[in-house]
Design a protein around this ligand. Structure first.
Ligand code: GRF
Length: 201
């Protein structure tokens, strides 16, 4: 398939950014520019010390830090974030916005501004274990399986259409950290796969 208009992708992170890196590597490896006209236009972090920013800069990707603590309230931050996304993702189709470990609850106004173009990855088999501490909770509940979900973002936290899921076993002796590491390897596979499917239409 050839696309005439560019599809900018803006990735939002708060921390290590390994999912962002997996997306950037997949875009390069699988030729998203050639196949879908898609390019990672920018990486935005709400934390200046997010490790993922280093990788993004090394790849020559435009980065921006928008510190949520500098804003009076959630609405003001989300408005500035939306403005940054539109500015950095300008020049083609409206940007696709990928949340990759972005540790902020989004306002309904922000979600409707990017309606249909917001995707997130969550480290549980949704609809189980929305919110935080998913791996510890799965272990405490005695789950035999855990996993991750790529889903569209709606105003309700960790809800929205499921696009991809991956399942891993919970093993005897697992801690939240060992389980998280096992899940994360799968996140790096399903997030790029889900995005490629979206781009392919
Ligand atoms: C991942 O487990 C993701 O599912 C969750 O936060 C973690 C972020 O990891 N939302 P990273 O920053 O992509 O390495």
């Amino acid at each position: 398939m050839t696309t005439t208009r560019e599809q900018p992708i803006v990735i939002l992170i708060s921390g290590s950014g390994s999912n962002m890196a997996a997306l950037v590597r997949a875009a390069e490896r699988d030729g998203w520019a050639r196949r879908y006209g898609a390019r990672v236009a920018a990486v935005i972090s709400n934390r200046a010390d997010a490790k993922g920013l280093v990788f993004a800069r090394e790849q020559g990707i435009v980065t921006e830090v928008l510190d949520h603590k500098a804003f009076a309230n959630r609405e003001a931050f989300d408005t500035a974030l939306g403005d940054a996304i539109e500015r950095l993702g300008a020049g083609g189709e409206p940007p696709l916005v990928l949340l990759a470990g972005f540790m902020r609850i989004l306002t309904p106004g922000f979600v409707s501004r990017f309606d249909g173009r917001l995707v997130n990855i969550h480290p549980s088999l949704l609809p189980a274990f929305t919110g935080l501490h998913t791996h510890q909770r799965a272990i405490e509940e005695g789950c035999q399986f855990a996993g991750a979900t790529v889903h569209r973002v709606t105003a309700e936290l960790d809800h929205g259409e499921i696009l991809e899921q991956a399942v891993v076993p919970v093993l005897p002796g697992d801690t939240a950290d060992t389980l998280a590491a096992r899940v994360l390897t799968q996140e790096h596979l399903i997030y790029p796969r889900a995005v490629a499917r979206l781009l392919a239409g």
